[in-house]
Design a protein around this ligand. Structure first.
Ligand SMILES: Cc1cc2nc3c(=O)[nH]c(=O)nc-3n(C[C@H](O)[C@H](O)[C@H](O)COP(=O)(O)OP(=O)(O)OC[C@H]3O[C@@H](n4cnc5c(N)ncnc54)[C@H](O)[C@@H]3O)c2cc1C
Length: 402
């Protein structure tokens, strides 16, 4: 176990996927890394549906955490009409999220990162060109010094706050219940839209091996109360009639596109930098992708002996140029569709349910890059433009030319 009052090249706050992965990458390059996690168990409490594309395994090698494979989705309108999208092959997998996080941190430890579990970062300040982190473990405060601080501390990031880097525009409240006895096809996820129970977002049933994760996010309000309403909807009830809860999960999805994700000596990554997709709330793939870019910049900065904001800007530039383009579009898509009434959602279902549109979604649908199929659908069915907001329309005009 690493000693307190120590000095590190990098201190990473938060051992979720973004923090664990970045810590491992930087340690592997030979730098001394401390990984701080306020909980005593990596991966707990779970705040996630665990649905990811197989693309995450380009970054992490923990396929043993896969609980099931998903090849499509059944989407239900507010009135309960269903559209079935069958990708015919594995489009996504469901992972045991706690085991997934543990596997990433285990790799980081093997690469040389030093973990501080049950350790909460309480404050961080710049002192003489470095950062001093005040942390507390077992009620004992102690300080760590570092050249570079990575804030991978999730949706309510304190690191981002302490250094005035960013604040999410909005945090969508979410609630999920892992249940046993759910009657659903394990090859498909169910998605439910409707303002009675999921205003501003949607609800879901994600099969997860012997159990299923039944949840939703909403634009605002009491997500747990909305979920209770959803479970009583006539088209949701048949799935959960005989089901019993095992675990309750609450969390939030950060929305916004930050102007910066760095400062002198500091970078923020993952949910802390609003890098989750506003269309689905998925943040594991995007967080890993951005953590990879942050780790590369960290290693370059340490090698160059320059941890200034000017140098670290290359991290911000890298992720905004790669996945950032998709995240901007996702935000505009979300903002357009979160405003629709139930009647408009029903009209949208009529357009999306046309066989040639369904076929397009089945062929081109990709939950990591939803705008790609979105743009293709708009080309085929321009009547959908009616439902898009100002920001999205401007993007469409620029990129699709309609
Ligand atoms: C209901 C719900 C369902 C979701 N379902 C999916 C899904 O199916 N697929 C998907 O891809 N994404 C999903 N997400 C999003 C996904 O969970 C996040 O995007 C992802 O966990 C972000 O990873 P991260 O490493 O940035 O942050 P986190 O996983 O949140 O990790 C941050 C870590 O920092 C620690 N921490 C915070 N503050 C401190 C501190 N001061 N000191 C020490 N440690 C600290 C926390 O304890 C935590 O372990 C869902 C989110 C919600 C709310």
């Amino acid at each position: 176990m690493a000693a307190a009052s120590d000095s590190f090249d990098v201190v990473v706050v938060g051992a979720g996927p973004a923090g664990g992965f970045a810590a491992g990458r930087i340690a592997k390059a030979g730098w001394r890394v401390a990984l701080l996690e306020e909980h005593r168990e990596i991966g707990e409490p779970v705040q996630c549906g665990g649905l990811v594309t197989p693309r995450v395994f380009d970054y992490v090698s923990c396929k043993e955490t896969i609980l099931g494979k998903v090849r499509g989705a059944e989407i239900f309108s507010p009135k309960g009409r269903a559209i079935r999208i069958d990708g015919q092959e594995t489009k996504a997998v469901v992972v045991d999220r706690a085991m997934f996080d543990r596997a990433i941190v285990t790799d980081a430890i093997r690469a040389g990162a030093e973990t501080f579990l049950g350790t909460q970062a309480q404050e961080a300040t710049r002192v003489g060109g470095q950062v001093e982190v005040l942390a507390i473990r077992d009620g004992e405060p102690f300080r760590l010094r570092t050249r570079l601080l990575l804030g991978c501390d999730g949706v309510r990031s304190n690191v981002a706050k302490w250094f005035g880097i960013l604040k999410p525009k909005k945090i969508l409240p979410g609630f999920e219940i892992e249940m046993t006895g759910v009657e659903s096809d394990p090859d498909f996820v169910q998605l439910f839209v409707g303002n009675r129970f999921a205003p501003g977002f949607f609800g879901w049933i994600i099969p997860s091996g012997d159990t299923a994760r039944v949840g939703l996010c909403v634009g605002s309000g009491n997500a747990h109360a909305f979920l209770r309403t959803m479970l009583e909807e006539p088209h949701v009830m048949p799935f959960v009639r005989g089901a019993q809860p095992i675990v309750y999960i609450a969390g939030g999805i950060p929305l916004g596109f930050p102007r910066r994700s760095h400062a002198d000596n500091v970078m923020v990554v993952g949910d802390a930098a609003c890098q989750a997709k506003a269309t689905s709330g998925g943040g594991i793939f995007t967080g890993l992708h951005c953590a990879d870019l942050a780790a590369r910049t960290a290693v370059q900065a340490l090698e160059a002996g320059d941890v200034s904001a000017k140098f670290l800007h290359r991290y911000h530039k890298a992720w905004t140029k790669s996945i950032g383009k998709e995240l901007r579009k996702d935000l505009a898509i979300h903002e357009s569709f979160a405003r629709l009434s139930d009647d408009q959602l029903e009209e949208l279902f009529d357009l999306l349910g046309q066989p040639e549109i369904l076929n397009l979604i089945e062929r081109k649908g990709d939950i990591d890059f939803p705008s790609k199929v979105g743009w293709a659908i708009l080309r085929k069915e321009p009547r959908l433009l009616k439902y898009t907001g100002k920001a999205l329309r401007a993007m469409i005009a620029k990129t699709v030319g309609i």
